[in-house]
Write a protein that binds this ligand. Sequence first.
Ligand SMILES: O=C(O)CCC(=O)C(=O)O
Length: 386
Amino acid sequence: MSELVTAAAAMDDCPKRDRGGCKSELSFTSFRQVEKKYKLVQYSRREAKRNKAPETDFTDVVRFDDLEANTEANKQLIHEVPLRTDEATGSNYKCYTFGGVPGLLIFPQVLTAEEQVELCRESILVYGDASQHPNILSTHAKAPVQTHCYQPPMRWATLGFSYEWTNKTYHKDRYSTFPRLLKERMCFLMKLVEHVTQDSFSCMGSSGAGVGDGATAPLAATYEPQTAIVNYYPVGSMMMCHQDVSEETMDRPLVSASLGCSAVFLMGTESRDDAPYAFLLRSGDVAAFAGPSRRAFHAVPRILDDCPDYLTVPDEAITVEELAHFDNHCYYKNKTADGSIAPFVLEVMSKAERERYWRLCMRHLRVNINARQVYTEACPFLADVE
Ligand SMILES: O=C(O)CCC(=O)C(=O)O
């Protein structure tokens, strides 16, 4: 855990998003107390001269990369679920459950380095294209900007059905195509979810309704990812406590992939009054919210500054000019003198420049892609056909 303790203090960047509910009456819940514990405390240069920023104690964070590093209490709650070896690839995937959060499944390092590269490239260069996929910039932006790729301070993009944050609803007539690559990955991951058996809950569609056929059918065969939220988290940002309960198909697990910098992820129960557990999610890890955890409150209070070299431009390869484009952990290629963002067009960039661009963006960034099935029936119109 030692590398976690060294995370530096910098400027606070808690976005006032409607998704988390930064509301004063929520400040005293047990969930909020744990969020505060892990939040990055950032001081201005002047303050830092007078006060030393407090260090975070990460001892209680559950980690699956180093089981021995867990507290004795957490070790008792971690269970490895035997998974069948993938016959096609011979891969032997691992899955863990955690006694404190029934239904939460963690698949550490289930995405290969190549798959992570592919998904990061798409997340920066394609999924952030507002002309293909509607997105909204963070509240820090002076006005919505129609970007052609991810550009800070964009905080999320939606693929497939668009989500209306204010009314917490989906609309069947508001959608973009659901990318084929992502659909393939998510369907594969759902097969792994299906392989996991637990006594305390069932991951299988319990309503008896399969996609399209109305019959009881295995989960993976009928699963259709219909919406995905791509979250962009620069170091210092966070996502406040919330539930994801707007989908009609709450018996279908939500699948959530972590890319780039690691995060402290909190998950509790259906009540904010219960203190959540904290989990370390690293690049390549996938979490599935199945069973009771599908309705549980969760949050991301901390992003660690540890993007793996294979997803970014490492220190020794970055130029002084490129470094000058970083501001508060974000890579701004086109920041104008008044601080607004000038959208740029990828087509004018060479392939090598685009490759460099997404890797520079990832330097202090975590990307989370979480996919959900929204409606019981199949929605073939979402398909990404060539
Ligand atoms: O970033 C994560 O791991 C979780 C994202 C999330 O909770 C959401 O998009 O609703």
